[in-house]
Write a protein that binds this ligand. Structure first.
Ligand SMILES: [Zn+2]
Ligand SMILES: [Zn+2]
Length: 117
């Protein structure tokens, strides 16, 4: 398998927050979380109302995220739109397990499933 040129940009990063930091700022909710492998920005996935992980890519051009969900270890390269198999990464590998999906706790409106994109 050909190695993606971005893989050498992957390093252990410190997650910026336990949840999507942009949603936490504006009081929004998310569905799943993604972690930027360049700066540790935690953003929400494209099923979330605000899609902050993708917005972070457009703003910063940081090409690679990984899932910040329990049990998921895939990486995504925005520039090639391909899933990557990455190196084994340092913990934490996901958000705290007491953080609900969707999140954050206490802020998810009734009927959130209907708001999914
Ligand atoms: Zn968000
Ligand atoms: Zn970043």
């Amino acid at each position: 398998m050909a190695a993606c040129k971005h893989l050498d940009q992957i390093r252990d990063v410190t997650p910026s927050a336990d949840g999507c930091e942009d949603c936490l700022k504006i009081g929004a909710t998310w569905v799943h979380l993604r972690l930027c492998m360049e700066c540790g920005h935690v953003g929400c996935c494209d099923s979330s109302p605000n899609k902050h992980a993708t917005k972070h890519f457009h703003r910063t051009k940081h090409p690679i995220i990984r899932s910040f969900e329990p049990g998921e270890d895939w990486l995504w390269d925005y520039t090639t739109e391909q899933l990557l198999e990455g190196p084994v990464l340092a913990p934490p590998h996901h958000h705290p397990l007491d953080q609900p999906v969707p999140g954050p706790a206490g802020r998810v409106p009734p009927g959130w499933e209907r708001q999914l994109h």
